[in-house]
Design a protein around this ligand. Structure first.
Ligand code: MG
Ligand code: ZN
Length: 375
């Protein structure tokens, strides 16, 4: 009898849980935010899947700043027609809230420009900024400020930095501004003429730059792509410290800042485990700087996520905490869900499993922007 009762209980539980895990007929009611943040810092680890996070976590004895986030979620990263997204479609999902084709920069699947969260923040009177360890015209940062049919149109993408009143940007790719081939424009000088304090790595290292909140700021870390952490790149954590302090002084209405750890992806494409870990730890240092600002400010939401996983990274048996045994199953991206971490006012909205496009809708809801017509 006792066994039957147990079986029955197990059956009831199984039925209940099959209901819980089956397809939902209706979506649950949305979580109503308790409070809205003044500022949002969106941090994107390009190619940062759970294994990349795990590798970083065991590689650093004291652990990661990521472990301090109270809310975690998972996002589905597929693009409009592909199970496996690229970084352009992945970033456009965050920037515009639409699933689009691979290669699209701030464009819908129908190749129409979509208003980005950064452009909307500008229109709303907020200060805005972009920081990356790739060229600033590279797919991830580009999707927040530009509208181009293809990610390879770097010089076209650079012109959008003159069309939007972005308050600051830091990254590589100076040649797309100052050594252009498609036209004779010098966008470096045009930025100066527009009132920007512009400098670059040879002229002035970032640590020597004094940011004047009265002037928008631009700094180029390289002519082409910035070097890797292993080759001596150090500016990302510093940029993540300087940017929020600077942007907070640029507008009373708050700021939107995107910070990208771009080269986790590149190390994983090259199947270089230790390099991927080094980039992961550098990105986590930048996360620590953003968290420090948010903890002090009390009015800043920090969201950390990834556009996709890269490399199908695995940690194998035989590895211990001190010496990780890293293997890769591909030199491209994979479609596994990637993590979301949130801290600050509105963070509770970022738990659960949802689409990458929902990052955009949640941010817009929290910033209380008026609805933009979908195309
Ligand atoms: Mg990227
Ligand atoms: Zn990639």
């Amino acid at each position: 009898m006792k066994q039957l009762a147990l079986l029955l209980a197990a059956f009831v539980l199984a039925v209940q849980s099959s209901h819980t895990f089956g397809p939902l007929a209706t979506s649950p009611a949305p979580v109503v935010p308790v409070e809205s943040p003044r500022n949002i810092i969106l941090m994107i680890g390009d190619g940062m899947g759970l294994t990349q996070v795990t590798a970083g976590l065991y590689a650093r004895k004291e652990g990661l700043h990521l472990e301090r986030f109270p809310v975690t979620g998972l996002i589905k990263t597929h693009s409009a027609k592909n199970l496996i997204t690229d970084s352009a479609a992945g970033a456009t999902a965050f920037a515009c809230g639409c699933k689009t084709y691979n290669g699209a920069i701030g464009m819908t699947a129908k190749k129409q420009p979509c208003p980005t969260i950064l452009e909307q923040a500008e229109a709303f009177g907020m200060a805005t900024g972009l920081v990356s360890t790739s060229s600033i015209t590279h797919a991830t940062p580009a999707s927040f400020i530009a509208h181009a049919r293809d990610r390879t149109y770097m010089e076209e993408i650079a012109t959008f930095f003159l069309k939007t009143d972005v308050d600051m940007f830091i990254g590589g790719g100076m040649r797309y501004f100052a050594a252009r081939t498609v036209d004779k424009r010098n966008l470096y000088e045009e930025l100066q003429a527009k009132g920007y304090a512009v400098s670059y790595f040879l002229q002035q290292p970032l640590e020597h730059c004094v940011l004047d909140p009265k002037k928008p700021f631009a700094w180029f870390s390289a002519v082409k792509e910035p070097e890797s952490v292993e080759d001596g790149r150090t500016y990302l954590p510093l940029a993540a410290r300087l940017a929020p302090e600077f942007l907070a002084q640029r507008s009373e209405k708050g700021f939107f800042l995107m910070v990208e750890g771009a080269q986790i992806d590149w190390a994983c494409h090259a199947n270089k485990g230790p390099q991927a870990v080094a980039e992961m730890l550098d990105f986590d240092d930048a996360i620590g700087e953003a968290l420090r600002f948010a903890e002090k400010d009390g009015n800043t939401l920090v969201i950390v996520t990834a556009d996709h996983e890269t490399g199908g990274m695995a940690l194998l048996r035989g590895a211990d905490k001190e010496s990780l045994k890293i293997k890769f199953t591909t030199d491209y991206h994979t479609p596994v869900m990637v993590p979301v971490f949130a801290y600050g006012p509105g963070a509770e909205m970022f738990g659960g499993i949802y689409d990458n496009t929902d990052i955009y809708f949640k941010m817009r809801e929290l910033l209380q922007f008026p609805t933009v017509e979908a195309k």
